[in-house]
Design a protein around this ligand. Structure first.
Ligand SMILES: C[S@@+](CC[C@H](N)C(=O)[O-])C[C@H]1O[C@@H](n2cnc3c(N)ncnc32)[C@H](O)[C@@H]1O
Length: 220
């Protein structure tokens, strides 16, 4: 069973937001946390790697990793607006034949989605109430690396999330932000067979890259 209120997502991750995000990405490139994660993945080696980008938005991670040498990417996103904008941009870049888009909640789609060498979730875990459902399935799909950008586990992000959620409760959309415990996320990923290679805490977001430990059983 999935804990995604994806109808709420559609109000928030709208056509307008998707166009705005793409415009920003085209003007400035990836934002700071995304750039840091992509660089850390690149340093581990992405030549010919396959990528699964969960909640990929307009496709920044996919475009950057394909440019860095990855062979192909699958993007799973719950927002039809983001999927449409990402597909259009992939076509414009001549990458459409190397990126497959799937619309929907990754937790529900996971059994039909193939594992990949690199799995990324950039600002996605915070959209999901039951963190182990989303992160557990994501880790299971990662053959070599799992990269996550998520809200800093701190009182100020919790306060911000609480205020945001009150505002959204008033507008009666189902979307909520969740600041999950870093220690719980870290334990879940390590238990799935990974070691942490990078943890960088910014004021709002933190970036973590995990690499599958040599002793961990290989993923299919
Ligand atoms: C805040 S946006 C981040 C987009 C992009 N990764 C970035 O950082 O610019 C969150 C994205 O995750 C998607 N999303 C959230 N929960 C999801 C889920 N369970 N399965 C698939 N996509 C999800 C949303 O539709 C949205 O496009």
């Amino acid at each position: 069973m999935s804990s995604c209120d994806c109808s709420g997502h559609q109000n928030v991750f709208s056509d307008r937001m998707a166009e705005r995000d793409l415009k920003r990405y085209l003007a400035d490139g990836p934002d700071g946390p995304t750039r840091l994660l992509v660089e850390a993945i690149r340093l581990q080696g992405v030549e010919a790697a396959t990528v699964l980008d969960i909640g990929g938005g307009v496709g920044a991670v996919q475009f950057e990793l394909l440019t860095a040498g990855a062979s192909s990417a699958v993007s799973v996103d719950a927002s039809p607006a983001f999927i449409a904008v990402a597909r259009r941009e992939a076509e414009r870049r001549g990458l459409a034949d190397r990126i497959a888009q799937r619309e929907g909640d990754f937790v529900a789609l996971a059994p039909e989605v193939a594992s990949a060498d690199v799995v990324t979730l950039v600002r996605v875990v915070c959209c999901y109430a039951v963190m182990p459902e989303l992160l557990g399935r994501s880790a299971h799909h990662a053959r070599r690396m799992l990269g996550v950008v998520y809200p800093r586990d701190a009182w100020w992000t919790r306060t911000g999330a609480r205020l945001f959620n009150v505002a959204h409760r008033l507008t009666r959309d189902g979307f909520r932000i969740h600041v999950h415990r870093e220690v719980e996320m870290d334990r879940l990923i390590r238990d799935a067979g990974f070691e942490r290679q990078l943890l960088r805490r910014g004021p709002l977001w933190q970036v973590a890259l995990y690499v599958r430990s040599p002793e961990a059983p290989a993923q299919p």
